[in-house]
Design a binder for this molecule. Structure first.
Ligand code: C5P
Length: 399
């Protein structure tokens, strides 16, 4: 996948800079042409010569070293690159990228490129968790950058926490995905639902659930990365709208979601229903705020429409993917749901396991297929899982 690809590796001033040396070796082994660009502080940690020998290319360390060429050079690097990888990325470079600062070769090239950019943060846990860094990371993601999650563990600064540079093998997987699969959903129209629905009781109260929308948004981001035309229909979440969508539609109730999904169903080739649709809604909506009383209160509920089931009945060319949260007899229950709703595959969350289900960034799932086979996946980030689910969808589309 990486054979002949031009990868620009930006190395910044983190102690993890020495681990980027291994990344160069792995990239070269896969046949990539690697151009290393180091910030001034990175050169304090590792010598450019190390990267030069391993990459087989002179390392660029400063924009003004060659005054005659630099202007051209940062643009030519930007244009030539199939992928930019900033690894390790310090809080400083992340902040500069988010602000659009271009005061050295690396930041200038990143600002000028139209290639995909992968950012691999590595820093002290408090710098990583600082709301400013977190906001900068969210902003970069919103603008279409791919940002890897650092790992947890012992950090060079002596702290235990999130901020470790991921294993180079893991970074390679992401790189291969970004470069390799980039267009396997080209010309495919993908409708994704995400988040919870809100079923109003009165003007101030509603019934909802714990869905954060993270799984659906990760699927939308991943499908865009792979060249798909994506419509994301989302219930209320705190997440930034993914970049590059064909359409983003915000909804509140299951009924709103149903109307939008049905409207765009004929348009779609693939529908992924990651939303946690409320099964019930209040039977009567009170136009005025319901007054508190001393007595008990009984709230009557009525069933919401099962959107996915309706899609299953209407299905024509579309590939239908459902999500389910099961705790008992997972395979049997999921398979029954798959058949009832006429799905092509169903992704089952084990909501009882740590690191799975609502609100967290990771998930542990099983995928169940029409033929009754089941695939158990290990714990992984929702973004990685999104790509695995899309890999399976691509396989079915091609079969
Ligand atoms: O039947 P269950 O709620 O477990 O099915 C979950 C799947 O069905 C999810 O993909 C969810 O988005 C979808 N669903 C729906 N409409 C509902 C309830 C669930 O589309 N009212």
């Amino acid at each position: 996948m990486l054979q002949g690809k031009f990868v620009v590796l930006g190395v910044t001033g983190s102690i993890a800079a020495y681990k980027a040396v291994e990344l160069v070796r792995l990239l070269k082994k896969k046949g990539a042409n690697v151009q290393v660009v180091m910030t001034r502080s990175a050169t304090e940690f590792v010598t450019p010569l190390t990267f030069q020998v391993l990459s087989g290319n002179p390392v660029i360390t400063d924009m003004f070293e060659k005054p005659v060429r630099w202007e051209v050079e940062h643009v030519s690097l930007a244009d030539k690159a199939d992928l930019f990888v900033v690894a390790p990325a310090t809080a400083n470079i992340i902040a500069k990228m988010a602000a659009g600062i271009a005061d050295d070769m690396l930041t200038a090239s990143i600002l000028a490129t139209r290639a995909k950019v992968l950012v691999v943060p590595a820093m002290n846990v408090h710098m990583y968790c600082n709301p400013i860094t977190q906001e900068n990371i969210s902003y970069l993601k919103e603008k279409g950058f791919s940002v890897m999650e650092p790992e947890e563990g012992f950090l060079a600064c002596g702290y235990l926490g999130k901020g470790r540079f991921p294993e180079p093998d893991k970074i390679m997987e992401v790189i291969e995905r970004l470069v390799g699969n980039s267009n396997d959903l080209k010309n495919k129209r993908i409708l994704i639902t995400a988040g919870p629905t809100r079923e109003p009781i009165d003007p101030v109260r509603f019934i909802s659930n714990r869905s954060s929308g993270k799984m659906g948004y990760a699927l939308a981001e991943a499908a865009v990365e792979r060249g798909g035309e994506v419509i994301l229909i989302s219930g209320p979440t705190c997440l930034p709208q993914p970049a590059g969508l064909f359409k983003y539609i915000a909804v509140e109730t299951a009924q709103d979601m149903k109307e939008q999904v049905l409207k765009f169903f004929p348009w779609s080739d693939v529908v992924i229903k990651a939303a946690a649709v409320a099964d019930y809604k209040p039977k009567c909506y009170s136009e005025r705020k319901i007054k508190k009383k001393d007595s008990e209160m009984v709230l009557e509920l009525t069933k919401n429409p099962d959107i996915l089931k309706e899609l299953g009945e209407k299905k024509d060319k579309q590939l239908l993917v459902g999500f389910a949260a099961e705790t008992d007899e997972i395979k049997e229950n999921a398979l029954e749901k798959l058949r009832q709703k006429n799905l092509d595959l169903i992704v089952v969350n084990d909501v009882t396991a740590e690191g799975a289900g609502f609100e967290v960034d990771t998930n542990i799932v099983k995928i169940i297929y029409k033929d009754g086979s089941m695939e158990e996946l290990p714990k992984m980030t929702k973004k990685d899982l999104a790509h695995v689910i899309l890999d399976r969808i691509v396989q079915i589309l091609r079969s």
